[in-house]
Design a binder for this molecule. Structure first.
Ligand SMILES: Cc1cc2nc3c(=O)[nH]c(=O)nc-3n(C[C@H](O)[C@H](O)[C@H](O)COP(=O)(O)O)c2cc1C
Length: 303
C-alpha cells in the first residue's frame, strides 16, 4: 500500500516530516533528508526577524527518555539567508518554512519576506518555550494565537499556513479552534514541553538558560493527548509530533487523529534513516492488520 497523502494541499510521498530545528537550515542537508532519508516533507529551522545567536552552551542535554534543549531560536535572520533561498529555489521536495517573531508585526514582516520565496507551506511557531520574548506568549492564549494567524494569513495568501502549538496551553483544543477560525490551513502539535535539570554535585541548573524544552520518547503521551483533543475540535489536518521514532509511534498519532507525523529527536537518536524505517514499519503494521488506507485508521481511537 502506498503511504502517499495530501496534507493541506501538499502532496507527500509519505506522512513523515522533518520537524523544525533539529537539522539547521542548510539546503544540501534538507535535500539529503528527503532523498536519502526518505522524509515526505522538510521543515526548516524557525526563521526570525533579526540575526540571533541563541543561548550559550550547554544548550542540549540527553535525559533518560528524551532531550532537554534551550538552543534559544538561533537564526541568521531572514535577511541573511539569500544563498540558501537561492539553492532552495531548485528543490524537488515539499518545503515548509517556519517563522517566529516577538510581536504580530514581526511575524508579519518575516512572513511577507518568506512568502516571496515560495515555500510549499509556512509554519507559524507560536509555541517555542525557550525564549522569554518569543513564541510562548502567543501560543497559550486564543486571542493572541488567532491574531498572529490571521495577520500572517493575510500576507501569505494561498500558501498553506500551519499553526504550531504548545502543550503548555491550558486548553490546546481551544487554541487550535481559534487558529482554524483565523484561517489556519493545518495545525502542528506539539512543540517541546518545558522542563529543567539540575546537576546535584555542582548544585546548579545544567542548561545555561536554566529551563529548556523536553522532546523525544518522554513527551509522546503528551503529544498523543494533544492531537486527540485537537482532532475533536477542528476539521483542518494535524501534523502530529513528539517522541516518534517507530512505525507504531506514527500509527498511534494517526489513530489519535494526525494526518502527517513529524520527527525531530528521532533523527538525533537514529540518524536520517529514521524516516525510511518509520515508513517501513508503518507498512508492515498496515499489512498485518489488513488496513486499506491511512484514512481508515485516522482518528479511529475516537471510536
Ligand atoms: C534541538 C531542537 C531544536 C528545535 N528547534 C525548533 C525550532 O526552531 N522551531 C520549532 O518550531 N520547533 C523546534 N523544535 C521542536 C521540534 O520541532 C518538535 O516540535 C519537538 O522536538 C517534538 O518532536 P520530537 O519529540 O520528535 O523531537 C526543536 C527541537 C529540538 C530538540
Amino acid at each position: 500500500m502506498s503511504l502517499e497523502i495530501d496534507f493541506a494541499g501538499l502532496k507527500l510521498k509519505n506522512p513523515t516530516v522533518l520537524a523544525s530545528g533539529v537539522l539547521g537550515t542548510s539546503a544540501a542537508l534538507m535535500k539529503r533528508v528527503f532523498e536519502e532519508g526518505g522524509a515526505g516533507a522538510i521543515t526548516m529551522k524557525s526563521i526570525g526577524p533579526e540575526e540571533r545567536a541563541g543561548h550559550a552552551n550547554p544548550s542540549v542535554l540527553e535525559l533518560e527518555h528524551g532531550l532537554l534543549n534551550a538552543v534559544g531560536l538561533p537564526s541568521p535572520g531572514y535577511k541573511n539567508m539569500e544563498e540558501e533561498w537561492n539553492e532552495l529555489e531548485e528543490r524537488k521536495f515539499p518545503l515548509i518554512a517556519s517563522i517566529y517573531g516577538a510581536s504580530v508585526e514581526e511575524f508579519v514582516e518575516v512572513s511577507k519576506f518568506v512568502a516571496e520565496k515560495k515555500p510549499d507551506a509556512i509554519e507559524v511557531n507560536i509555541s517555542c518555550p525557550n525564549t522569554q520574548e518569543h513564541g510562548q506568549i502567543f501560543g497559550v492564549n486564543e486571542t493572541a494565537s488567532a491574531e498572529v494567524v490571521s495577520s500572517v494569513k493575510k500576507e501569505i495568501g494561498k500558501i498553506p499556513l500551519i499553526a504550531k502549538l504548545t502543550p503548555q496551553a491550558p486548553n490546546i483544543a481551544a487554541i487550535a479552534s481559534a487558529c482554524e477560525k483565523a484561517e489556519a490551513n493545518a495545525i502542528c502539535a506539539i512543540n517541546t514541553v518545558a522542563g529543567m535539570a539540575i546537576d546535584i554535585d555542582a548544585r546548579k541548573p545544567i542548561l545555561c538558560n536554566k529551563f529548556g524544552g523536553i522532546s523525544g520518547p518522554a513527551i509522546k503521551p503528551v503529544g498523543i493527548k494533544c492531537v486527540y483533543q485537537i482532532f475533536k475540535a477542528v476539521k483542518i489536518p494535524i501534523l502530529g509530533m513528539g517522541g516518534i521514532s517507530s512505525g507504531r509511534d506514527a500509527i498511534e498519532y494517526i489513530q489519535a487523529g494526525a494526518t502527517a507525523v513529524g520527527i525531530g529527536s528521532g533523527v538525533y537518536y537514529q540518524g536520517i534513516g529514521v524516516f525510511e524505517k518509520v515508513c517501513r514499519e508503518m507498512k508492515e503494521w498496515i499489512k498485518e492488520n489488513e488496513v486499506k488506507s491511512l484514512e481508515e485508521i485516522r482518528g479511529c481511537a475516537h471510536g
